[in-house]
Write a protein that binds this ligand. Sequence first.
Ligand code: PXP
Length: 238
Amino acid sequence: MANLGVNIDHVATIRQARGTQYPDAVEAAVLAQLGGADQITVHLREDRRHIVDRDVRLLRSVLQVPLNLEMACTAEMIKIALEVKPDMVTLVPEKREERTTEGGLDVEGQIALLSDAVKTLQAAGIPCSLFIEPEKSAIEATLKTSAQMVEFHTGRYSEVASVEQQKELQRISIACALAHEKGIAPHAGHGLNYRNVSHIARIPHMQDLNIGHSIVARAVLVGLERAVREMKDLIRNA
Ligand code: PXP
């Protein structure tokens, strides 16, 4: 069964929209833990539009489940990761003007930059994952960086329907099998929700699913603990 990483960025989005102290991302993480989250995922963006440094530092000391820090591959973020020491780092592409992460990393085009970051983090005992498109070329490029994990971008799978979605599912399944064969742990995330998660959760060797927006959106209506538990049940029963 895949682990559920609950991304709580959008709890912080509500807070930052008004510059208030509530809702607290740390309280949300504790409730997500109670609901059965296997991991908490946060994306510390360069513009601090949702998660802020204080959240990451507090989460590090409060959480009983692993903390996955998503971040851009920049000197500033690497410095923070080395100080905070999350249980793992996921390197993601980041553009200031994007509404959310729009695609996987161009690993081949940034081999030196990514390899250096991965090695620096690994030397400090922090395992690394690269957020990539579910493609053979991206997996092969990842191997050159020595990252131990990849997270496949499921954005396209989440946006399309019927035959197109089947094709995308097939693409992710093939990529997952290849990553596993090459000794890289496969994860997936972006755009997964209560209606589309089961097919992805059923893919053999899929290790972690990182899900945020749909869980936080449901939490507004039913509460966070229940929203997490319902997602966890879907993954368990997939
Ligand atoms: N994984 C990565 C690498 C992401 O950038 C995001 C969005 O921050 C997610 C997972 C979660 O995506 P969503 O909020 O659409 O579930």
